[in-house]
Design a protein around this ligand. Structure first.
Ligand SMILES: [Zn+2]
Ligand SMILES: [Zn+2]
Ligand SMILES: [Zn+2]
Ligand SMILES: [Zn+2]
Length: 582
């Protein structure tokens, strides 16, 4: 038993990383060797298997229909229309392979992965939702990704519970909201971040329980404030109407002013609420967690996980939880998962290893697309005793004959699937969203890169000709091809042009908002910039307020924060922050 932490050199980036004694305990419990990649390189490797928002046209290999799918057409895979895949009771064992001890298992898995039919998209229970992926219980969605329980929500990602809203990133229970990042339980809230229980407001940062406020930071339980100053109801209304924010130029001006104002006020080192012993950011009601991000509720004894809820005793994952336990290196666990290792979109499963898109199953090793099965290896059925005899041999073989990738990196038992076996290029996946790289950097690190497609759009409205005020916009703008301000020159999967859909136009009109100047992808990447990276730095509280208990010597508190030391924000410990705010 390892009672001390240990430093290792990452196989991938060659930078030293620390394995803590709690990590060793976890690895011993689930019987895997310690990782050879550092947490960040593990994150990139995992996420390079998750394409949420890059969609393609492809012919369904079963029905020959034109379908929308996340799998790029040039990838030699068998892709079925999602609904057909689920309705059809095809024989997954038909694609089964014998265990072969003459070649690495990752290679054998990739062979199975290439021939076993894949559902075109990862949606569940959706109604009238075109161009959505990884969504669940969704009605009337459009360009909506990795979200659940939504209705009439467009251009949004990682949202739980939202209605009649556009352009959201993260957060839960939002209604008639627009351009928010990690906001909760709010209505008619626009252009805000990390705020909750706010109504009829815009440009808020770290606020709670406000109504009719604009351009405010760190405020609690109040109304009619502008740049943190109180106004009479009449004064507020007058100020707001003078701003004329239905005009794109004025809105952009105000946005800039707010950015400058935001930096003059302290920020809490992390958005951690009602937690005990937690490091990371955007974590609520959790305990004993390290390096966890965007955890909505109830995480316990977890580490290196993102976008999770109701999860216990798990390390290294994305999209986890809902009554799940003992997961390691998992993408998209679904509900009620137990003991998964290196799985992708394996739902309602127990004791499943190295598998993709399996459901309601248990005791699987290197399987793809199985439903209601147990004791299978490479999509072949075994008796329980045979399975239990084979598994240790496979693990031994994975260690004796590991997979070695083009860069010479070695993948033994316990390591996640190599990125080079992923059907996606780095920039098609969420790896690019959380750990953005340029093409040159990605290729240097051994990831593949998807070249920009020749789109040859005929632009109907040049960016500079977009009507400035929503009142100038005519109904005929629907179906017009509008040029994106970035014109494909950014590193944000820019589609160069975009359209406005009817429900979207009526939203802008109802809310008196000008139409956007960026395509949905560039808008998404802009919101991503508003959230901090999945990284932590050890820093000191910057508070020098002589009125606080620490007097004039400065606050001695230290913490782990996702604000890097070179950023301009003023970062406070929780106690100093609360003294400023309340
Ligand atoms: Zn590394
Ligand atoms: Zn764009
Ligand atoms: Zn862009
Ligand atoms: Zn402090």
């Amino acid at each position: 038993m390892n009672d001390i932490s240990e430093s290792r050199i990452c196989q991938n980036c060659k930078i030293e990383f620390v394995i803590e004694k709690e990590d060793f305990k976890f690895y011993e419990k689930i019987k895997v060797p310690p990782p050879t990649f550092c947490p960040e390189c593990r994150g990139k490797r995992r996420m390079s298997w998750r394409n949420e928002r890059t969609l393609y046209k492809r012919i369904c290999d079963a029905t020959q229909k034109n379908i929308i799918t996340m799998f790029p057409p040039e990838q030699k895979l068998v892709v079925y229309e999602r609904d057909f895949w689920w309705k059809e009771t095809f024989d997954a064992f038909k694609y089964g392979q014998d265990v072969n001890f003459d070649k690495p298992f990752f290679t054998q898995f990739r062979e199975l992965f290439s021939k076993m039919p894949l559902p075109s998209l990862l949606n569940e229970n959706v109604v009238n939702s075109s161009f959505c992926n990884c969504v669940h219980n969704t009605k009337n969605g459009y360009l909506l990704f990795a979200s659940m329980e939504t209705e009439n929500v467009f251009y949004s990602s990682r949202v739980i519970g939202a209605k009649d809203s556009l352009d959201l990133f993260g957060g839960f229970d939002q209604e008639m909201c627009y351009e928010n990042v990690m906001c909760d339980k709010s209505q008619r809230l626009f252009f805000s971040e990390r705020s909750m229980e706010c109504f009829d407001s815009m440009f808020l940062s770290d606020c709670r329980n406000l109504n009719n406020c604009i351009g405010c930071v760190n405020l609690r339980n109040t109304s009619y404030h502008i740049f943190n100053k109180p106004y009479s109801k009449e004064g507020y209304k007058k100020f707001l109407s003078n701003l004329k924010l239905d005009d794109y130029t004025n809105l952009s001006e105000f946005k800039k002013k707010f950015e400058i104002f935001k930096k003059t006020l302290p920020k809490k080192y992390a958005n951690i609420l009602r937690c005990y012993s937690v490091t990371g950011d955007n974590v609520t009601n959790s305990k004993n967690c390290r390096f966890c991000f965007d955890a909505y509720r109830n995480l316990e004894d977890c580490a290196f996980s993102t976008h999770a809820l109701d999860l216990k005793d798990s390390h290294d994952g994305y999209g986890l939880g809902d009554n799940s336990e003992q997961l390691y290196e998992v993408i998209d666990s679904g509900a009620n998962a137990f003991n998964l290792l290196s799985t992708i979109c394996v739902h309602e499963c127990r004791n499943v290893y190295y598998s993709y898109n399996c459901h309601n199953s248990s005791n699987l090793f290197f399987c793809s697309g199985l439903r209601n099965k147990s004791y299978c290896i490479l999509n072949k059925q075994y008796r329980k005793e045979e399975y239990e005899e084979l598994v240790p041999k496979i693990i031994q073989h994975m260690n004796d004959m590991p997979y070695i990738d083009k860069k010479g990196r070695i993948y033994r038992y316990g390591e996640f699937f190599p990125s080079e076996l992923s059907p996606f290029s780095y920039n098609e996946t969420i790896a690019q969203e959380y750990f953005p790289l340029t093409k040159e950097e990605a290729l240097k690190e051994g990831y593949s890169w998807k070249e920009k497609e020749e789109r040859n759009y005929t632009i109907d409205i040049k960016n500079e000709d977009i009507p400035n005020n929503i009142k100038e916009v005519e109904d005929s703008i629907i179906n017009k091809v509008i040029e994106c301000e970035h014109k494909g020159k950014c590193n944000e999967q820019c589609t160069e042009a975009f359209k406005i859909i009817p429900d979207e136009l009526s939203f802008y009109r109802r809310m008196n908002l000008p139409i956007p100047h960026l395509c949905p992808n560039c808008r998404h990447y802009n919101r991503l910039k508003q959230r901090n990276p999945l990284k932590l730095w050890h820093r000191h509280c910057m508070c020098k307020n002589p009125k606080h208990a620490h007097l004039d010597i400065g606050c001695p508190s230290e913490f782990e924060t996702s604000y890097s030391p070179d950023r301009p924000e003023i970062i406070y410990c929780e106690r100093c922050y609360n003294q400023e705010v309340y």
